[in-house]
Design a protein around this ligand. Structure first.
Ligand code: FCB
Length: 462
């Protein structure tokens, strides 16, 4: 690892999100979120698991801050639960909810850990879903900015980095087109409205955050994935270009260039949302950084991909037509993670390079990267997760190489600090650096966590 050198000031962190760890789903005046509702629908989540208790950090986050300190993290990315702060999504503020985040920020700063605050990690207040259709309603964008202001008024004097949205593609696509995530809709018109209104909400919230704390750095986290054609055929290559527009460029282009990607946009004409004259300028206000969430690459085939974009409801499996690449890999590490996702570190380089060359080389944080594996606590009281350790090491090396090549990489966050509620997979998938025994809430730092801590301690700045 001697050639793994990071830029001065590079931050090493870990990430979580509110619904996946907090528990306290109805504590101290919190309102329900769309996820609180969705998990109660039969058959939606593995074994009917819920986030009611999760890793139970709402009652007491201090042990986990102590763990972060022990790991030597520079930064912690967490999300604020909108319905904990505004139980109805708007109007009356739940002070107890805000107090929780206020105390958490203070505890992090006291431990020398920089807070990176995500404002929307999918747990929309159910009241807004019921009243205005959630982000399918245009008003949701303005209400999101109002919520951002409430949070910033309390935390803005201490929080330096804000992430408005987490993975708006996932919220729109899995939540409103494929029905796999909350709120469980399958409607192409709602889907594209949710894309546009999230972006608008981002732009409005970013302006509000900047007005309130001029030193704040504001960005958002996108799930980006290089898309490869399954074969060299023209049809597969065309499908890959379109799939790239529907995942990566659907967000990067409006944010960085002020327009939706042309080929996709023309194909989606029947479903397009109303776009008002100033919207694109609001969306494209300069970002202080881009957050990249990277796990794997995708390979697509025309037969699976293209029909979705032209017809409805025929082609539901957007990007599920992924093809597993054939051939021999490095057998010392499993080629697929426990999610069945290909381990492909080069894809991260490709994305970072693309941000540099096609999107003006913005400051970049890798705001999520990591892998699920079927971890077990062994008789020696340890979790020997060598595959995860290797995954992290390989991806960190890629980030260092990208920075050396001129990418403006500023930091890296492992997903996740803790094992947690992995959405529709419930507690079946473990991503943590720290093992959580959900029956007792006991924590055990995994071997990957110990390794990461050592890695941070030995970091080298160029
Ligand atoms: C991302 C999500 C995060 C987690 C990881 C595995 O899509 O942002 O909450 O589920 O994937």
């Amino acid at each position: 690892m001697s050639d793994v050198v990071f830029p001065p000031g590079f931050l090493f962190g870990a990430a979580t999100s509110a619904y996946q760890i907090e528990g306290g789903h109805d504590a101290d005046g919190k309102g329900p979120s769309v996820w609180d509702r969705f998990v109660r629908r039969p058959g939606r989540v593995h074994k009917g698991h819920t986030g009611d208790v999760a890793a139970n950090t709402y009652p007491d986050f201090r042990p986990d801050v102590a763990i972060m300190r022990r790991l030597g993290l520079d930064a912690y990315r967490f999300s604020v639960s909108w319905p904990r702060v505004l139980p109805s999504g708007r109007g009356a503020v739940n002070q107890a909810g805000l107090d929780y985040y206020d105390r958490l920020v203070d505890a992090l700063l006291a431990a020398g850990i920089a807070p990176f605050v995500t404002l929307f990690h999918w747990d929309l207040p159910q009241a807004l879903q019921d009243e205005i259709g959630g982000f399918a309603g245009r008003d949701c964008a303005a209400l999101f900015a109002d919520y951002a202001e409430v949070v910033a008024r309390r935390l803005g004097d201490r929080v330096g980095h804000w992430i408005t949205l987490n993975e708006p593609w996932v919220y729109a696509t899995l939540g409103h087109l494929r029905g796999l995530h909350a709120p469980g809709r399958r409607n192409p018109w709602a889907f594209l409205r949710v894309v546009h209104h999230q972006l608008l909400g981002h732009g409005l919230a970013a302006a509000r955050l900047r007005a309130l704390s001029p030193a704040a750095r504001v960005g958002l986290s996108l799930n980006l994935s290089p898309i490869y054609p399954a074969t060299d055929s023209d049809a597969d290559r065309a499908a890959a270009r379109l799939a790239d527009e529907a995942t990566n460029r659907l967000f990067l282009d409006p944010l960085c260039h002020g327009r939706y990607p042309a080929a996709l946009w023309s194909r989606l004409r029947p479903f397009r949302p109303p776009v008002r004259p100033d919207d694109m300028a609001t969306i494209a206000a300069p970002l202080d950084f881009v957050g990249v969430n990277y796990y794997t690459r995708a390979r697509v085939r025309r037969a699976w991909y293209v029909p979705f974009l032209g017809l409805w409801p025929d082609g539901l499996p957007l990007l599920t037509g992924e093809v597993k690449p054939e051939g021999e890999g490095d057998e010392s590490v499993p080629r697929y993670s426990g999610m069945g996702w290909e381990v492909y570190p080069a894809g991260l380089f490709e994305l970072l390079w693309r941000l540099k060359t096609e999107y003006g080389n913005p400051p970049v944080y890798v705001t999520e990267n990591g892998a699920a594996y079927p971890d077990t606590l062994t008789a020696d009281g340890r979790v020997h997760d060598e595959a995860r350790r290797a995954y992290l090491e390989q991806h960190l090396a890629v980030v260092a190489a990208a920075a050396r090549a001129g990418v403006d990489a500023r930091g890296y966050f492992v997903w996740s600090l803790l094992d947690n509620f992995e959405w529709t997979y419930g507690y079946d998938k473990r991503f943590g650096l720290v093992y959580v025994d959900f029956a007792t809430q006991r924590r055990v730092i995994k071997d990957s966590g110990l390794w990461y801590s050592e890695f941070i301690r030995n970091r080298r700045a160029g």
